[in-house]
Design a protein around this ligand. Structure first.
Ligand SMILES: Nc1ncnc2c1ncn2[C@@H]1O[C@H](COP(=O)(O)OP(=O)(O)OP(=O)(O)O)[C@@H](O)[C@H]1O
Ligand SMILES: [Mg+2]
Length: 216
């Protein structure tokens, strides 16, 4: 087994990286996969809230906010189906190494000008990395994803149209603004665990089925 390795990255803080990481991990764990999260954010928001005796006890959470993250990935990549790497909200060497170690990248953005700018910058970084000898033969495949949006709002549609016009690859599914995420995050959990039939859990399932097309 060699894991699908997915880094969540954007240079904008608070775009939803850690939330998406935790929720994707919970979803895949729920449906029976072996999942690891590598917390590469020096603020350690995923690992700090993770309860190894709680409902997500089967989730492996490792921490490495250093450039040696590539070695952590190498060490564990044959033990899991999915490895998710949560990065800090700025461009640093750890994020670069995490991206280089990944086949897939998700760039979350709220429907706001700052988040859009940061997503475009992160995309540029990925394109730059894809030209290096290390990634030439296994390009990082990326998708942008709109987060914390209100369903059907003008701003969200506007951002979507603009990004698509510019040729960026944007997921159809969004991680809508739902209070269930911060509520379950208090205990390091996910609505996929605490409310599996709820709207947030359904949103995550939609995001996952779109990701499965990317993985195929
Ligand atoms: N879809 C959502 N609906 C409602 N609240 C959300 C959603 N996604 C994230 N949040 C909340 O927004 C805040 C920022 O989210 P999160 O911590 O996931 O972002 P981040 O990109 O990891 O930030 P940082 O750059 O600080 O690591 C958190 O308080 C989180 O609970
Ligand atoms: Mg975070």
């Amino acid at each position: 087994m060699s894991a699908k390795i997915l880094t969540l990255a954007t240079s904008k803080g608070g775009a939803g990286k850690s939330t998406l990481t935790r929720n994707l991990a919970a979803h895949w764990l729920n449906v029976g996969f072996k999942v690891a999260v590598i917390d590469a954010d020096p603020q350690a928001s995923v690992i700090n809230r993770h309860n190894p005796d709680g409902l997500l006890k089967n989730l492996t959470v490792l921490s490495n906010p250093e450039e040696s993250i590539s070695y952590t990935v190498e060490e564990v990549k044959n033990d899991f189906d999915f490895i998710l790497i949560d990065t800090g909200g700025f461009r640093n060497r750890t994020t670069v190494r995490a991206l280089v170690s990944s086949r897939y990248a998700l760039i979350p953005l709220k429907p706001s000008a700052d988040d859009v700018a940061a997503a475009i910058e992160t995309h540029a970084l990925i394109q730059e990395l894809n030209k290096t000898p290390e990634k030439l033969s296994s390009n990082i495949m990326y998708r942008m994803i709109i987060t914390m949006s209100q369903q059907g709002t003008v701003i969200s549609r506007h951002v979507r149209t603009e990004l698509q016009k510019l040729g960026f690859l944007l997921m159809k599914s969004e991680m809508y603004h739902r209070v269930a995420y911060p509520e379950s995050a208090i205990n390091g959990l996910s609505p996929c665990i605490t409310d599996p039939d709820g709207s947030a859990s359904r949103d995550i399932a939609n995001i996952v089925s779109e990701l499965n097309e990317l993985f195929a």
